[in-house]
Design a binder for this molecule. Structure first.
Ligand code: GLC
Ligand code: CA
Length: 590
């Protein structure tokens, strides 16, 4: 039944590579494309179908590649265009697909478009970015409004040549493109999208894809940070008035020429209805989105990026965050994603489970079991498969490389000076939700001092290596049957074996208010709540270090039950869940 065959991007598992920290092939301390190519068999073995490569384009690296200076050139330390062609070829040769990061809300200030635009108010690209006059107050120059950039400070930067400000939602080196101009949109489609689809890539992860359309009256944002000049302005630049028009235009003029490609949009700050308006199959603006409900847990978006205000969420919030996407898929024609990590987040076992030595590996396997059983396209981030965890809060700001963390730290310093307790608080926040947690070199082996990230131990990685690489690394885990890596390999097999239940099935949450465990049912799509439907799965995860009962819903109790997987081994699985254990039970019809 061909019409029922789901798209490759629905059933596939996607592995994200952040090139600078993945694998260095030439000892300059920076990961690179040849390094990626050398591990394709490893990725395939893991059970991966799709690779998402974070930006490898030429860039001054102010935001590590999310500031692109040339969409059609490779950042030289990462390799050459030939390396990219080889990566596309080698990935395809192994039956996998490759998607790139599409960063088109903004460019680098070094991009030739911006270099031209900033020259004058009359040059051919004068309107390609968002320029506004200063607001004069008592003869003093001020930015056009009070918007705060996501990495802190004003969202506007002054340019002498033009005597005007330009808008940058992120760093000042990342000016926002003016999507209102058709000429700009057409240039983006051609230079950033078609160029790469023509070279054979299979789609894109679309960076900040709901930010292109702003409220062009640029009103002041509400004051929520009482002591500060610049205020979070999300509601004025997220999901703006022309988003749908432009996504539909992009599909019509550009993407539709390329068949069944994957366009997975990064979609912060979007509620269910908004997400649905982008991903409903009938509208087809995006294939699916990465929404932020799970990874935003324990953070406060309107706090102005203050990491030290992060906190530990409650388990029911975690369940609800996952249920948002699960329920969307169940009740509509839309598709969704499942993920706990990416290059912008702290590591999942540290944030959502535990990284204490005694339970670290158990927690990592339990989380793997949990998300492998959820509906949607599954995303795994480099190092997640070996249970890499956050760096210590004893690291100092000199160990950090991420502009977002460094600015957050300096913000605290600016307000409270050298007070050691404030500085420590700032570092604790960074060690919890800071982006560098995900950007430490992948630990390929226990070799000192670089964990096998560089070919030679004498090379100097661009960012500090995690302290615990001797206990957490690929080489060790490949050699151990009970390791997180081996368990991921197994779970990804189980996921495709039980595809109709795990990847495509309907999700039913069983124990919302329970604080220790997360229990849910997976059944064939469209089965309906409470109905008996042949095979069903019961997934039970213990998010605590206590023993816990397995809570079987009443209607399943008299059915034939088989323990399909325990993250701690089926043989020793008794009546109760062990600390941080996850299980999948298969229920057959009586
Ligand atoms: C996205 C990226 C992040 C980047 C930002 C600006 O959120 O994931 O890494 O800093 O966009 O491009
Ligand atoms: Ca290198």
């Amino acid at each position: 039944m061909a019409e029922n065959t789901p798209s490759w991007w629905k059933t596939g598992t996607c592995y994200q590579i952040w090139p600078a920290s993945y694998k260095d092939s030439n000892d300059d301390g920076i990961g690179d494309i040849p390094g990626v190519i050398s591990t394709l068999d490893y990725i395939k073995e893991l059970g991966i179908d799709i690779i998402w490569l974070s930006p490898m384009y030429d860039s001054p690296q102010k935001d590590y590649g999310y500031d692109i200076s040339d969409y059609q050139a490779i950042y030289p330390p990462f390799g050459t265009m030939d390396d990219m062609d080889e990566l596309i070829k080698q990935t395809h040769a192994r039956g996998m697909r490759l998607i790139l990061d599409l960063v088109i809300n903004h460019t680098s200030d070094q991009h030739k478009w911006f270099q031209e635009s900033k020259q004058s108010r009359t040059n051919p690209k004068a309107e390609w970015y968002i320029w506004r006059d200063a607001r004069m107050v008592n003869g003093e120059r001020h930015p056009p409004n009070n918007w705060r950039a996501i990495f802190g400070g004003s969202a506007w930067e002054w340019v002498e040549e033009r005597q005007q400000y330009y808008l940058h939602i992120f760093a000042k080196e990342q000016p926002d493109l003016n999507w209102e101009l058709e000429e700009v949109r057409l240039a983006i489609y051609k230079e950033a999208i078609e160029f790469w689809l023509d070279r054979g890539v299979d789609g894109f992860r679309v960076d900040t894809c709901n930010l292109y359309s702003k409220d062009v009256s640029f009103p002041n944002a509400d004051v929520v940070l009482l002591e500060e000049q610049y205020q979070p302005a999300f509601k004025h630049f997220e999901n703006g008035p022309r988003m749908h028009e432009w996504l539909q235009e992009k599909r019509r003029l550009c993407l539709s020429k390329y068949g069944d490609i994957l366009m997975v949009g990064e979609c912060p700050g979007s509620d269910r209805e908004t997400v649905l308006s982008y991903v409903s199959a009938a509208r087809n603006e995006l294939s699916c989105v990465l929404d932020f409900d799970v990874v935003d847990l324990g953070t406060n978006r309107t706090s102005g990026g203050k990491k030290h205000h992060s906190y530990r969420h409650q388990l029911p919030e975690f369940k609800l965050a996952l249920a948002k996407t699960q329920d969307l898929i169940r009740t509509t024609d839309a598709w969704g994603t499942v993920f706990l990590e990416n290059h912008d987040q702290g590591r999942s076992i540290s944030r959502f489970a535990t990284d204490t030595p005694q339970y670290r590996e158990a927690a990592s396997k339990m989380l793997a079991l949990c998300i492998c059983a959820l509906t949607g396209t599954l995303f795994v981030y480099q190092g997640q498969e070996i249970g890499m965890y956050n760096h210590s809060a004893d690291w100092t700001i000199d160990d950090m490389r991420d502009i977002d963390s460094i600015n957050a730290y300096n913000d605290v310093k600016h307000r409270y000076g050298d007070d050691p307790v404030w500085n420590k608080k700032a570092m604790r926040g960074i060690a919890t939700v800071g982006r560098d947690n995900a950007r430490l070199p992948v630990q390929w082996s226990g070799e000192a001092p670089n964990a096998g990230f560089t070919p030679s131990p004498d090379a100097k990685p661009w960012i500090r290596v995690h302290d615990d690489y001797k206990n957490v690394n690929v080489a060790d885990q490949l050699g151990r049957k009970d390791s997180p890596l081996r368990f991921w390999q197994r779970m990804l097999k189980v996921r495709s074996q039980y595809r109709d239940l795990m990847i495509l099935g309907d999700f039913e949450l069983h124990d919302l208010y329970e604080q220790d465990t997360f229990t849910f049912i997976k059944k064939p799509k469209g089965a309906g709540a409470g109905a008996a439907t042949g095979q069903e799965l019961l997934v039970v995860c213990n998010f605590s270090e206590r023993e816990n009962p397995v809570d079987v819903p009443a209607r399943l109790r008299d059915r034939k039950k088989e323990l399909l997987v325990s993250s701690l081994g089926e043989e020793a699985a008794g009546k109760y869940l062990r600390p941080w254990e996850g299980r999948v039970y298969l229920f057959e019809e009586k």
